[in-house]
Each structure stands twice: as structure tokens, then as C-alpha cells.
Design a protein around this ligand. Structure first.
Ligand SMILES: *[C@@H]1O[C@H](CO)[C@@H](O)[C@H](O)[C@H]1NC(C)=O
Ligand SMILES: *[C@@H]1O[C@H](CO)[C@@H](O)[C@H](O)[C@H]1NC(C)=O
Ligand SMILES: *[C@@H]1O[C@H](CO)[C@@H](O)[C@H](O)[C@H]1NC(C)=O
Ligand SMILES: *[C@@H]1O[C@H](CO)[C@@H](O)[C@H](O)[C@H]1NC(C)=O
Ligand SMILES: *[C@@H]1O[C@H](CO)[C@@H](O)[C@H](O)[C@H]1NC(C)=O
Ligand SMILES: *[C@@H]1O[C@H](CO)[C@@H](O)[C@H](O)[C@H]1NC(C)=O
Ligand SMILES: *[C@@H]1O[C@H](CO)[C@@H](O)[C@H](O)[C@H]1NC(C)=O
Ligand SMILES: *[C@@H]1O[C@H](CO)[C@@H](O)[C@H](O)[C@H]1NC(C)=O
Ligand SMILES: *[C@@H]1O[C@H](CO)[C@@H](O)[C@H](O)[C@H]1NC(C)=O
Ligand SMILES: *[C@@H]1O[C@H](CO)[C@@H](O)[C@H](O)[C@H]1NC(C)=O
Ligand SMILES: *[C@@H]1O[C@H](CO)[C@@H](O)[C@H](O)[C@H]1NC(C)=O
Ligand SMILES: *[C@@H]1O[C@H](CO)[C@@H](O)[C@H](O)[C@H]1NC(C)=O
Length: 671
């Protein structure tokens, strides 16, 4: 590379008389040095000697000085040459989204007195950023790199025109030092996803031009000073995932332009200031995972007409869900889970027709039937979380007029102690993917119609009083047989702000599961379950199942967890189960199984606890040795070897031959 450009320079000097370089000589040399440090080679030399014509370069017209160097997303790697700092007329520098690395040369920008835009975002730069004096700079973006050290807020002193500062996604540490108030035109300040600590800058409130403060995922502590309410133009305030404490600023209502308030996952306490309800432009209000509390019904939501998402989850709010919440007609997501709410769901919630996601889990509400009658009118409802929300009521049944819910994909009603049977209205929820009725007191049979549910792929009925046999029709559940290509529906639920608590995170990579453990089911295990090819978790534990474990279960090639412990199963453990390569957890303890435990595959990894409580089982990993069977003495009792054993016993050469034969046969068909 060096040699190349050297030759190029020689070439240039030779040609000097014939071809007039239209780009300034100094800039030309500086650019060549800049290109020298990066790869891949840009096509600058092949096209023209006029560097003003090179890709991503623009010059002034009168003296051909380079003003713009813009090469974003060009897969560039290498480091920045100090010569870049000699492009003294540069106004725009954009090297965003490349693979450039190493530290920035010291004093790189010192002579670049005309620079207005610096975008070095999304590279792999490291080292610290030294003191900057950039008289004209307006935009400074170094986000998504590996810069260390303190945030160089001295930039504010030398740069009176700065409007945008983005330091996010680096490894900056220490406090946000005073001095930021000298950025008198600052509109956007981002420094999230670093390891900043200490209190918020005391002088924030002087930056009245600020529209956005975004400092999430740091270790900021201390209170949010009420003086922040002087930032009248603030539209975005993101301070989530920090260690902030104390109360919300009492006069927060003065922030009348506020659209996004994200303070979740901090240690904020006290009740919400009533003035918050004067922030009539709020669209997103996320306060989950704090120690906030107080009477929720004291809040008057009626001015928040633009509110789309509200998350008060995991706080200590008490009282009834207020009617005024229903006046927020734009609501798509409401999460009040993990609080101490009481009373009933207000009937006016039926008017929230945009609502897609409602979570009220872990509260003390009453009248589940009334709640469902109201919510069935929310036509867009896709996810309804009501686990541990009601207590010991009757499961709403078909007499409760529960049609509707045509878009429901997730219904979680576990842990409510609901009595009754599995109601037939659930059969009409044709988009349902997840049904969680675990930890209730539901009795009666497992309905045959479950097998006709077109999309269901997680069925959790554990810890109930279900009885009767497991209907073979369960083996028809389409959601566990073939992948639904239209299942992008579930990603429409991606209300990211609601999905970052573990409970919700799991929804996307949720295991396809059939969980029927801890009930009173009896009879044989239907071999039709073997058709549920996509099944990852099968839990039939602690029931009264009899008979053998069907061989056909070896068709469950995606199975990772298998639990049939605590039944009355007899016979041998099918040898073919050792072919289930993803099986990481296997439990048949406390049954009446017999014979030798299969060897090979995942079976070599299971421990004693998987098998104990079966006195007639023997072999590894149990201590009980299997009786030495004299193979030759009982030939007629030997079972007919199945295909796989036969194949395994074929000598290598023979297997190869068989394989080749198969390939040839296939080829014949293709040709
Ligand atoms: C450089 O190459 C790219 C594509 O390879 C092309 O689009 C661009 O016009 C070239 N630039 C010059 C100055 O030749
Ligand atoms: C840099 O270029 C990228 C890609 O074109 C663009 O998205 C970004 O806005 C530019 N940066 C600035 C500060 O203009
Ligand atoms: C900084 O650059 C990143 C992408 O590289 C972009 O996502 C971000 O919005 C930019 N920051 C500002 C404040 O424009
Ligand atoms: C960070 O930068 C890398 C390229 O260096 C890019 O692939 C990635 O998408 C960026 N991440 C974000 C969140 O912008
Ligand atoms: C910066 O990254 C380079 C590799 O790109 C590495 O060799 C160097 O040690 C790093 N320097 C610092 C200060 O982290
Ligand atoms: C809030 O900020 C003002 C102005 O900087 C300061 O005088 C006051 O002491 C701060 N209050 C608290 C509680 O930190
Ligand atoms: C606030 O925003 C308005 C409208 O964009 C603008 O006219 C005003 O100058 C801004 N105020 C400050 C202090 O920047
Ligand atoms: C809030 O927490 C602070 C300590 O951070 C404590 O001094 C104060 O008493 C708490 N206030 C309430 C209402 O719990
Ligand atoms: C809310 O705004 C109204 C009118 O703008 C005002 O009268 C009232 O005092 C404000 N309430 C609070 C608590 O700030
Ligand atoms: C509730 O918040 C606390 C403190 O932020 C956190 O430790 C806990 O995991 C959260 N619980 C849930 C269920 O999100
Ligand atoms: C199902 O409900 C139970 C009981 O409320 C809960 O522990 C479990 O996390 C829920 N599972 C899903 C996937 O919602
Ligand atoms: C099923 O419910 C049980 C008990 O409530 C819970 O522990 C388990 O996590 C749930 N599993 C799924 C997949 O919902």
C-alpha cells in the first residue's frame, strides 16, 4: 500500500505539467495518507488524479479544498491517519458504520476549524478522547465504539454551536463532569450504555434548548433534581436502568412537550406527582421496577390522550384501576403487573380498541368473568397476562358470553386458583399460540378440541385437578407439527419496552411445550404424541399414567425435556429414545419401569435421579447391575432387531455401499 502510493506520488509529479490537478496538493497528500491506513483499497487512483472526484469527497469550487469526507458503511478497516487532521477546510466527516479501529491520533481535530459534522459512530475505535476545541461543530457522534476514559465535555467550551452529542454505547466511565452548561445550543445529549457514575449534572437545567436526554444503562445515582423541569422543550427523557433514587420531580408537569419518559429500573420511590398527568404529549411512560407507590386511582389520566404505552409494573401501587385510564384511546400496551391493585377491571376498558398488550399479573383483582367480558371488546388484544391476578374464583365458562378475542395469541391465566373445567370458549381463539392455565383448581377432562387449535404451541396445564385419559387427538396440534410461516404475527407483539423483563423476554424463544404435569390423568400415554415433531418440552409427570412409554416418542426429534416421573409406567425404556439428540433433561423416576436403561447418545449424560424409584430398572447410571444374560441360551426370546440396530451392525464397507446405493437411487430420480 505504502509503495503503491509512493509510486503514485512519483507518477503524479511526473505528470504535473500535463494534467492540472484540480484538487489542492496538500489535501491530495493528506487523503492519500488517510487511504494508506485503511483497506480495502478505494478506487481513487484508477479513476482520476483529481481527488475532488474521488468517492465520498467534495471540494469547494473556488479553491478546490476538500470539505466533505463521507465514507459511511464502506466496510473500511484500519486506523485513522494523523494526516486527516490536515484537511483544514473539512466541514463534514462521516466514517460511520465501518470497522475502523485503534485510538484517534492526538489532537486530530485541532486544525480542523471548519468542521461542523463529525460522525465516527459504529466503528471499533478505542482509547480516550482528548480535549476538543471545535469552534463550529454542530454534530458530534462517536456512539457504538469502544472509547474509554471520561466524557470529554470540554468540547462544550470550545464549541458554542453544538447541537448533537452522542457518546452512547462505549466504555466511558466516571462522572458526567460539569461544563455541559456551556453547550448553549445543545438539543440532543446521549451517553447511554456506558459505565458512567455519580449524579446527573447539576447544571442540566441551564440547557434550555435540550430536546433529548438519553443516559440509560449506566450507574447514575442520586435524585432527579426538580430543576430539570426548566427544560421546557424536552421531549425525550431516558434515564432507565440506573441507580437513581428519590422521588419524581414534583413539577414534572411543566415539561409540556415531553413525549417519552423512561425511568424504569431505578430505585425511585414515593408516589407519582399529580402534575405528571399534565404532560399531555406523553406517548410512552415507563416506570416499572422501582419503588413507586401510592393510590393509582388518584391519578387522572384523562389529559394523556396521546399515551400509547404505560408500564407501572413491579412497583407498589395500590387501589383500583382508574376509569380515567380509559380516556387514553391510543393505548396499545398497558402493564400494571406486580403491584397491589384491587377491585375490578373498569368496564370502560372495553373502549380501548387499540390495546394489543395487557398485563395485570400478580395483583389482587376480582371478578375474572367480568374482566374477560369487558376485555373481549378490545378487538386488537393479542397478549393478555392475568396470572396470579385473581384468586380462587370460578373459571369463566361458556355461559359468560365470551365470544370475541379473535386476535388473542397469548392467554395467561395461571396461578389464580380458578375452579371449574377448561371452558369451550377457548376453542374459538383461533390465533392462540400460548395457553397457560397452570396452578389453578381446574378439574374434568382434557378437551378433545385442543387437538384442533391451529396455532397453539405452548400448552401449560400443570398443577390442576384434571382427570380422565389424555385424548389421542392431542397429537393433531398443528402448532407442534409444522412451522407456521405466518407466525410473524407474534413479532407484532414486539413492544420492546415491555419485553425486557425476563418474563416477557422468554416469549420469543419460548419452548414449544406440552405441560400436563401434576394432575390426575390416567390411562396409557397415546403414541399419537409422537407426531408432535416440533415439541421441545413434554411434561406428563405426577399423574396416574399406566402402560409403556411408546416407541413412537422417538419421532420427537426436537425434544429437549422429557418428564414422566411419578406415574405407574411399566415395561422397558425404549432403546430408540437414545436417538433424540437434543434431549438434555430426562426424568422417568418413580415409576414401575424395568430392564436395562438404554445406552448411548444423550443417555450417557443423564444422572441417577432421572431413573431412581424404579426398582426393576438396571444398568448405568444406576448401581443395580443388570443380570448377565446368556445371549446364546435364550435366542428365541431375543426381539427382532429393529432397523437402526441392523444398520449399526452393518460393517463399514457394507454401510458405505448401502449409502452409495441410496445416493445413486436418488440421483436417478433427479435426473
Ligand atoms: C468507485 O467504485 C464504486 C463501485 O465499485 C462506484 O460506484 C464509484 O462510482 C467509483 N468511484 C469512482 C470515483 O470511480
Ligand atoms: C453519516 O452517514 C450515514 C449513512 O449515510 C447517515 O445515516 C448519517 O446520518 C450520516 N451522519 C451525519 C452526522 O450526517
Ligand atoms: C449516531 O449514530 C448512530 C448510528 O451510527 C445513530 O443510530 C444515532 O441516531 C446517531 N445519533 C444521533 C444523535 O443522531
Ligand atoms: C454497532 O456497530 C456495528 C459495526 O461496527 C454494527 O454492525 C452494529 O449494528 C452497531 N450497533 C448499533 C446498535 O448501532
Ligand atoms: C485498541 O485496539 C487495538 C486493536 O484494534 C489494540 O491493539 C489496542 O491495545 C487497544 N488500545 C486500547 C487503549 O484499548
Ligand atoms: C437542584 O439543583 C439546584 C441547582 O443546581 C441546586 O441548587 C440544588 O441544591 C439541587 N437540589 C438537590 C436536592 O440536589
Ligand atoms: C423550543 O422549541 C421552540 C419550537 O421548536 C423554539 O422556537 C424555541 O426556540 C425553543 N426554545 C429553546 C429555549 O430552545
Ligand atoms: C425514598 O428513599 C429515600 C432514600 O433514597 C428515603 O430517604 C425516603 O424516605 C424515601 N421516601 C419514601 C416516600 O419512601
Ligand atoms: C395542570 O395544568 C392545569 C392547567 O394547565 C393547571 O391549572 C394545574 O395547576 C396543573 N396541575 C398541576 C398539578 O401542575
Ligand atoms: C422488581 O424490581 C426489583 C428491583 O428493581 C428487581 O430486583 C426484581 O427482579 C423485579 N421483579 C420482577 C418480577 O420484575
Ligand atoms: C404460566 O403461569 C405460571 C403461574 O402464574 C407462571 O409461573 C409461568 O411463568 C407462566 N408461564 C408463562 C409462559 O406465561
Ligand atoms: C408452566 O407452569 C408452571 C407452573 O405454574 C411454571 O413453573 C412453568 O414455568 C410454566 N411453563 C411454561 C412453559 O409456561
Amino acid at each position: 500500500m505504502l509503495i503503491l502510493s509512493f509510486l503514485f506520488l512519483i507518477l503524479l509529479s511526473h505528470n504535473h505539467h500535463q494534467s492540472v490537478l484540480s484538487c489542492n496538493h496538500l489535501d491530495h497528500t493528506s487523503l492519500l495518507s488517510f487511504y494508506n491506513h485503511i483497506s480495502p483499497t478505494l478506487n481513487y487512483s484508477s479513476s482520476t488524479h483529481d481527488c475532488c472526484q474521488w468517492e465520498g469527497i467534495s471540494c469547494t469550487t473556488h479553491n478546490s479544498r476538500v470539505t466533505i469526507l463521507s465514507l459511511p458503511g464502506k466496510h473500511l478497516s484500519g486506523s485513522i491517519s494523523p494526516f486527516l487532521g490536515k484537511l483544514s477546510f473539512l466541514t463534514h466527516l462521516n466514517l460511520s458504520n465501518n470497522h475502523l479501529s485503534g485510538p484517534l491520533p492526538p489532537a486530530l481535530f485541532h486544525n480542523l476549524k471548519h468542521l461542523q459534522t463529525i460522525d465516527l459512530s459504529s466503528n471499533q475505535f478505542n482509547g480516550s478522547i482528548d480535549h476538543l476545541f471545535l469552534h463550529r461543530v454542530i454534530t458530534y457522534n462517536v456512539s457504538n465504539n469502544s472509547f474509554t476514559g471520561i466524557i470529554p465535555l470540554s468540547i462544550c467550551r470550545g464549541s458554542p454551536f453544538l447541537e448533537i452529542l452522542d457518546f452512547s454505547m462505549n466504555k466511558f466511565s466516571g462522572q458526567i463532569f460539569h461544563g455541559i452548561d456551556e453547550c448553549r445550543k445543545l438539543k440532543v445529549f446521549r451517553a447511554g450504555f456506558n459505565t458512567l457514575s455519580g449524579w446527573l449534572p447539576q447544571d442540566f437545567h441551564r440547557l434550555t434548548t435540550l430536546k433529548e436526554i438519553s443516559l440509560p444503562n449506566n450507574h447514575l445515582s442520586g435524585p432527579i433534581n426538580n430543576s430539570i423541569v426548566l427544560l421546557h422543550n424536552l421531549t425525550i427523557l431516558e434515564l432507565h436502568v440506573n441507580e437513581l433514587s428519590g422521588q419524581l420531580p414534583p413539577d414534572i408537569g411543566s415539561l409540556s412537550n415531553l413525549e417519552q419518559l423512561q425511568l424504569h429500573t431505578n430505585s425511585l420511590n414515593g408516589s407519582l406527582p399529580t402534575s405528571l398527568m399534565n404532560c399531555s404529549n406523553l406517548k410512552t411512560l415507563l416506570l416499572r421496577n422501582n419503588f413507586l407507590g401510592g393510590e393509582i386511582s388518584a391519578l387522572d389520566f384523562s389529559k394523556l390522550q396521546r399515551l400509547q404505552a404505560i408500564d407501572f409494573g413491579n412497583n407498589s401501587f395500590v387501589g383500583n384501576i382508574p376509569d380515567t385510564l380509559c380516556s387514553c384511546r391510543s393505548l396499545t400496551a398497558v402493564r400494571l403487573a406486580y403491584n397491589k391493585l384491587t377491585g375490578e377491571i373498569p368496564p370502560c376498558m372495553a373502549s380501548l380498541t387499540s390495546l394489543a398488550h395487557l398485563s395485570l399479573s400478580f395483583n389482587y383483582l376480582s371478578n375474572v368473568a367480568g374482566a374477560l367480558r369487558i376485555l373481549r371488546n378490545c378487538h386488537n388484544l393479542a397478549a393478555l397476562f392475568l396470572g396470579r391476578c385473581f384468586h380462587d374464583e370460578m373459571m369463566p365458562d361458556d355461559d359468560d358470553g365470551l365470544n370475541g378475542f379473535q386476535n388473542l395469541q397469548i392467554l395467561a391465566l395461571g396461578g389464580c386458583g380458578l375452579k371449574g373445567e377448561i371452558p369451550n370458549w377457548i376453542a374459538k381463539l383461533r390465533k392462540l399460540k400460548l395457553l397457560n392455565l397452570s396452578q389453578n383448581k381446574i378439574a374434568g377432562p382434557i378437551p378433545i378440541w385442543l387437538g384442533t387449535m391451529p396455532s397453539l404451541f405452548v400448552l401449560n396445564l400443570t398443577q390442576n385437578f384434571l382427570s380422565g385419559e389424555l385424548p389421542p387427538q392431542i397429537g393433531r396440534m398443528q402448532g407442534l407439527i409444522r412451522r407456521d410461516n405466518t407466525s410473524s404475527d407474534l413479532s407484532q407483539l414486539a413492544l420492546p419496552f415491555l419485553f425486557d423483563s425476563s418474563q416477557y423476554n422468554r416469549l420469543f424463544n419460548l419452548h414449544r411445550a406440552l405441560k400436563l404435569g401434576n394432575n390426575s390423568l390416567h390411562g396409557n400415554i397415546p403414541e399419537e404424541i409422537g407426531r408432535l415433531r416440533l415439541l421441545q418440552m413434554l411434561d406428563l409427570s405426577n399423574n396416574n399414567f399406566h402402560g409403556g412409554i411408546p416407541d413412537k416418542l422417538s419421532n420427537l426429534v426436537n425434544l429437549e425435556k422429557f418428564d414422566m416421573s411419578g406415574n405407574h409406567l411399566s415395561g422397558r425404556i425404549p432403546e430408540v429414545l437414545s436417538e433424540l439428540h437434543f434431549l438434555s433433561s430426562f426424568n422417568v423416576a418413580d415409576n414401575d419401569l424395568e430392564g436395562e436403561i438404554p445406552r448411548g447418545g444423550q443417555f450417557d449424560t443423564f444422572s441417577v435421579t432421572s431413573f431412581e424409584g424404579n426398582p426393576k430398572l438396571c444398568g448405568y447410571p444406576l448401581k443395580t447391575k443388570c443380570p448377565q444374560v446368556e445371549m446364546r441360551s435364550i435366542p428365541e426370546k431375543e426381539e427382532e432387531p429393529d432397523e437402526s440396530i441392523w444398520y449399526n451392525n452393518v460393517p463399514f464397507g457394507m454401510g458405505y455401499f448401502v449409502g452409495l446405493f441410496l445416493v445413486l437411487t436418488v440421483l436417478k430420480f433427479v435426473i
